[in-house]
Ligand binder design. Structure first.
Ligand code: KIV
Ligand code: ZN
Length: 512
């Protein structure tokens, strides 16, 4: 591989999923992984195999089906973690085990309660064990940006000797600043005698809003792998955003002199897919993938762009996949057209029954909405799948009366584990009344942390996509629902969240 090539390592499905409320089902992860493969991401970190049986199966499903990207599983520097990762990756065309241990004084003393010698010993043992299972092994020094340089040199030299091919230097707590971080990378590469036997990688969190700047500084200093997520999803303030790094490298090739293998026209579709699956909306002014990223409002700018596009535009909207939201299907479209368009969008149906259910919903939607766009299809499949699987609660019917000057009243009929139950409630607005009526039946004891509505496409006949975030006993879940009627979409999203709380899936967190 050319020394000018930067490896793009996407961790949306692992670090991104660690965002409170962003947990995804196996099928949702597989859909995102297919889109990442289509975008030509080099490495997909599919999850943390030992975290839960669900995580293991998700990593395995992705490893079994992705052929063009390397599939990676995270593991702590523990034998059981490494073995589980190896098991999940057994059928991968190209697999990687990513093992890590903390190296900062504060983490070693308080979290690990290990001496530096013990940390080196564990790291070397973990890398050797992983190398017995797979050729491609990455080692991360957790909290590297607060670790001592001499100690980092020592442990990195040892793990490269033990067989690590990629050395990742994470800014775990988002503490670094660009010049300092770039300098650390340059020093490591210069001082470690066997540094040329490994690729140096960076992984930055965005607590100070510097994740992309720090990543670019590290790349300029010699790092050749960057770990990032779609839409910057991730723990706390998130990870470095893939779209920003890739487009910065491409747009400023004149300064950086580097390239990636990414098909940039797949960026916006990937952003929309991740947003619709996790329920995390993209802010309108977000670089590259925000709705306003290419919109010129001021008269002076509009005039300039019309006269000569490059007066105010440094890249084209088409180059990152905007304007690909084609009107593809309508009322008369058949099942085959429906299936094949969804396949192009990265969705494979698990069975004919699932296809039939989604197609029936598509027909219902086409009765209400004359033009069906790609985004409608993505939302429709997310909504169909949200209501499949674990389903204790199901919406049977909803009626709401709302009139100026009157208090809105909702009547809800739910099927609860197969038994019909109904309730009526008033509320501050029709959505409030509907959700209160559902609560009157379920009595979930959960706290509503977020309620958001997005119009999926433009036009007043657009579907509303609703996200409801509920918290109960420290567990946070996101429910999604889409419908042309936003009260129905809200009820669906609330019921989806209740079903997820009821499923009570627990998983381990890698840093704990
Ligand atoms: O932020 C971090 O340090 C991580 C490691 C596990 C790579 O996510
Ligand atoms: Zn991280």
């Amino acid at each position: 591989m050319s020394t000018n090539r930067v490896i793009i390592f996407d961790t949306t499905l692992r670090d991104g999923e660690q965002s409170p409320g962003a947990s995804m089902t196996r099928d949702e992860k597989l859909r995102i992984a297919r889109q990442l493969e289509k975008m030509r991401v080099d490495v997909i970190e599919a999850g943390f195999a030992i975290a839960s049986p669900g995580d293991f199966l998700a990593v395995k499903a992705i490893a079994d089906s992705i052929k063009d990207s390397t599939v990676c599983s995270l593991s702590r520097a523990l034998d059981a973690d490494i073995d589980r990762a190896g098991e999940a990756l057994a059928n991968a065309n190209s697999g990687r085990i990513h093992t890590f241990i903390a190296t900062s004084p504060i983490h070693m003393k308080y979290k690990l309660q290990m001496t530096p010698d013990q940390v080196v010993e564990n790291a070397v043992r973990a890398v050797k064990r992983a190398r017995n299972l797979i050729d491609d092994v990455e080692f991360s020094l957790e909290d590297a940006s607060r670790s001592e340089l001499d100690f980092m040199c020592r442990i990195i030299e040892a793990v490269i000797d033990a067989g690590a091919r990629t050395i990742n230097i994470p800014d775990t707590v988002g503490y670094a600043v660009p010049q300092e971080y770039g300098n650390t990378i340059a020093q490591l590469i210069q001082r470690i005698p066997n540094a040329d036997k490994a690729i140096f990688s960076v992984h930055c969190h965005n607590d100070l809003g510097l994740a992309v700047a720090n990543s670019l500084s590290a790349i300029a200093a010699g790092a050749r792998q960057v770990e990032c997520t779609i839409n910057g999803l991730g723990e706390r303030a998130g990870n470095a955003a893939l779209e920003e790094i890739v487009m910065a490298l491409r747009t400023r090739q004149d300064v950086m002199g580097l390239e990636t293998n990414i098909d940039t026209t797949q960026i916006v579709p990937a952003s929309r897919l991740v947003s619709s699956i996790t329920g995390f909306p993209v802010q309108p002014n977000k670089a590259i993938v925000g709705a306003n990223a290419f919109a010129h409002e001021s008269g002076i700018h509009q005039d300039g762009v019309l006269k000569h596009r490059e007066t105010y535009e440094i890249m084209t909207a088409e180059s990152v996949g905007w304007n690909t939201n084609r009107m593809v299907l309508g009322k008369l479209s058949g099942r085959n057209a429906f299936r094949s368009r969804l396949e192009e969008l990265g969705t494979q149906f698990a069975s004919e029954a699932e296809l039939n259910e989604a197609f029936a919903r598509f027909k219902e939607l086409a009765d209400k909405k004359s033009e069906i766009f790609d985004d409608d299809l993505v939302a429709l499949v997310s909504d169909t799948r949200a209501s499949a699987g674990h389903e204790k609660y199901r919406l049977s019917s909803l009626s709401v009366t709302s009139q100026t000057g009157e208090t809105p009243v909702a009547q809800v009929v739910l099927s609860v584990a197969g038994e019909e139950a109904q309730a009526q409630s008033s509320g501050g607005g029709p959505v409030d009344a509907a959700l209160k009526a559902i609560e009157a039946i379920v009595d979930s004891g959960s706290n509503l942390q977020l309620y958001s509505v997005n119009a999926i496409t433009s036009g007043t006949d657009s579907q509303g996509e609703v996200t409801v975030r509920l918290e109960k006993g420290g567990r946070i879940v996101n429910g999604l629902g889409a419908d042309t009627d936003i009260i129905v979409a809200s009820a669906k999203a609330y019921i989806h969240a209740l079903n997820m709380l009821d499923a009570n899936i627990q998983k381990a967190h890698p840093q704990v």
